[in-house]
Write a new protein. Structure first.
Ligand code: GCU
Length: 591
């Protein structure tokens, strides 16, 4: 066989295709389910790869011969990569990497001790932005696209006893065909910004385990789905409620109903119960709050009673850590939401770290979770729809047991076209099929012709999100009054965004843009009109913290969106924070 031309890669622009087949997705995801993992966080080597040389030259196939013994030169050497922490965003690790958008190769080695015969090994990632391709001991072991959702890769065939070498290529280029597309109002961080671990599974494993109340709140419906056809008997246990039931499993799935005798979960009393699902040799555990959720007319009902949502939107953004959500960052986020008097948060504009919803369960904060179908998505592109559907499926599969999540958001501020309607109606259907227990919503645009809260997509939604900035992007509040008076929606409306920029410390009387005083007055004016509108079921202020965004370049902003109620230091509370906290608590704080 002719020796391979060492330079053929210079002329092959189809170099990525072999690695983009069969990317991991919702159908291959194993939520962790309390199973033990072997963390791979910590020090990795990182080599930037702006031109995709790694795939062109197959860097993963190179051995680790030291340069002194190379017969011919190479363009890659693992030990030459920079040492970086994982999780992290490369943008914040070196000044010259701040705006890097391309591919980068993470590499580390690890030792492995094999388990019992039949054991399978999964490489589990919390997320990687945007495309990730993994190689273990020189073998491609799969990949994933979508920048904010978890995925698991079966590495059983490639892992070996003793030392293993793992390489993960991550590529964060923006693209008109991705979800989100290339034009966004947040920072395009890149890297392995969530946890990486190995998870052992028995030969027969639980793919999905869920438990939730039936609509009348009387029964718990528990369901186990195995990852292959299996006939047998599993178990569903809630020790605190004295529940220990067999679950008949046929053809790989089974469910059981049992009377609910516990305390319903609510923001006022966020009771969560340790739960255990067992099937075969696998055991899936979780902490679950049991509550019912519905709409009635324009009300949202939690445990059968109307709930009015007082909240704020949050980005996954940190001045020092970028898109990494540390436990401290998450705890602080909920401390601030509680201090604001909030019972609600919108996790904008993409799936956040899974611990955000876990903490919300414990803290009693209701959540809107969403996928980044943001602005001008390529709605007519089938591959883009598949990507969006997959991200939504992965979000739901991961967070299906989170009592705090009341709504799956399928998009944000998307112009009303036929292609957009088809795309987002499809996503709404995917959400309902995957999870009939939660509401489906979207942040819609208004009908500018007759100036009403009207959007063809609303027919596919349970809740209409309204992003409105009267008093900021429109000079006064009369438009808000007119819009609210003109509209008569037959389902709940949530003000899914409203806000104004303020540079911390910039004080001025009257409507002085970017002053703290105007941001505070903005909320007073908004609040008076919103709470006077019966069909509005809540508000999510835009937003809790200032955040990085390349789009914002006035002297007040310098690369930050300053609509935060708190500055990017996540300490400095602006005047508007105190005013809104007062409004949420039924009184106006002193200005
Ligand atoms: C839009 C958009 C946000 C954006 C905000 C703003 O509504 O949904 O992502 O950051 O407005 O203009 O600050």
């Amino acid at each position: 066989m002719a020796a391979e031309d060492p330079f053929h890669h210079l002329h092959d622009e189809d170099y990525a295709r072999p690695y983009l087949k069969n990317l991991a997705g919702a159908g291959s995801l194993y939520p962790r389910g309390g199973r033990p993992v072997e963390p791979l966080d910590g020090e990795w080597r990182l080599t930037l790869d702006l031109f995709d040389e790694g795939l062109r030259q197959k860097w993963f196939a190179l051995d680790e011969t030291p340069p002194s013994q190379w017969a011919v030169p190479r363009d890659y050497e693992i030990e030459a990569g920079e040492t970086v922490p994982v999780p992290s965003c490369w943008n914040l690790l070196k000044p010259e990497w701040t705006y890097f958008e391309g591919a980068a190769w993470y590499t580390r080695s690890f030792d492995w001790a094999p388990g019992p015969p039949g054991e399978r090994v999964m490489l589990a990632l919390g997320a990687a932005n945007y495309l990730a391709l993994a190689f273990l001991n020189g073998m491609p072991v799969g990949g994933h696209q979508g920048g904010s959702t978890p995925f698991t890769l079966d590495v059983t065939a490639a892992i070996r006893p003793g030392r293993n070498r793992l390489q993960i290529m991550v590529e964060n280029r923006r693209s008109p065909f991705r979800v989100p597309m290339q034009h966004i109002d947040w920072f395009n961080y890149g890297g392995l910004y969530r946890e990486v671990a190995l998870m052992r599974l028995p030969a027969l494993a639980i793919r999905q385990a869920r438990a939730a109340l039936t609509g009348d709140g009387r029964m718990i419906l528990a369901r186990i789905e195995m990852d292959q056809p299996f006939d047998g008997t599993g178990a569903f246990r809630v020790p605190a409620l004295g529940i220990d039931l067999p679950v008949p499993i046929r053809q790989g799935s089974g469910e059981v109903q049992v009377a609910f005798t516990g305390t319903p979960w609510s923001p006022e009393n966020p009771v969560c119960y340790p739960v255990e699902f067992v099937a075969g040799a696998d055991r899936f555990t979780d902490r679950i709050g049991f509550r019912t959720l519905a709409t009635r007319g324009t009300d949202i009902l939690l445990n059968g009673r109307p709930v009015w949502l007082r909240g704020a939107c949050v980005h996954e953004d940190d001045r020092d850590f970028g898109k990494v959500s540390t436990p401290e960052d998450l705890r602080r986020r909920f401390r601030h939401l509680k201090a604001l008097g909030a019972n609600f948060a919108r996790l904008s504009h993409y799936p956040h770290h899974e611990d955000a919803a876990r903490l919300a369960d414990e803290e009693g904060i209701l959540l809107w979770a969403e996928v980044p179908v943001y602005w001008a998505i390529a709605f007519d592109n089938p591959a883009t729809l598949s990507d969006a559907e997959n991200q939504l499926g992965e979000l739901i599969a991961r967070d299906i047991n989170r009592a705090s999540i009341i709504l799956w958001g399928v998009g944000n501020e998307n112009a009303d076209t036929d292609a957009r309607l088809h795309f987002m109606a499809r996503l709404a259907a995917v959400a309902r099929a995957a999870d009939p227990t939660r509401l489906v919503g979207a942040a819609c645009l208004i009908n500018r012709e007759d100036f009403t809260i009207e959007d063809r997509l609303a027919a596919h939604l349970d809740v209409i999100g309204l992003n409105e900035y009267f008093g900021w992007y429109e000079p006064d509040f009369s438009g808000l009054e007119q819009l609210l008076a003109n509209s008569s929606p037959d389902k709940p409306v949530i003000i899914s965004e409203t806000g104004a920029d303020a540079l911390p410390g910039y004080r001025a009387a009257g409507r002085v843009l970017f002053s703290e005083d105007w941001q505070a007055e903005f909320y007073r004016q908004q609040w008076a009109r919103i709470v006077a509108t019966p069909y509005v079921a809540g508000i999510a202020a835009w937003l809790l913290y200032d955040f990085r965004t390349e789009r914002r370049q006035t002297g007040f902003q310098r690369g930050w969106n300053r609509k935060g109620l708190i500055a990017e230091d996540k300490e400095t509370r602006k005047l508007a924070f105190h005013v809104l906290a007062g409004l949420y608590r039924g009184r106006d704080e002193p200005s």
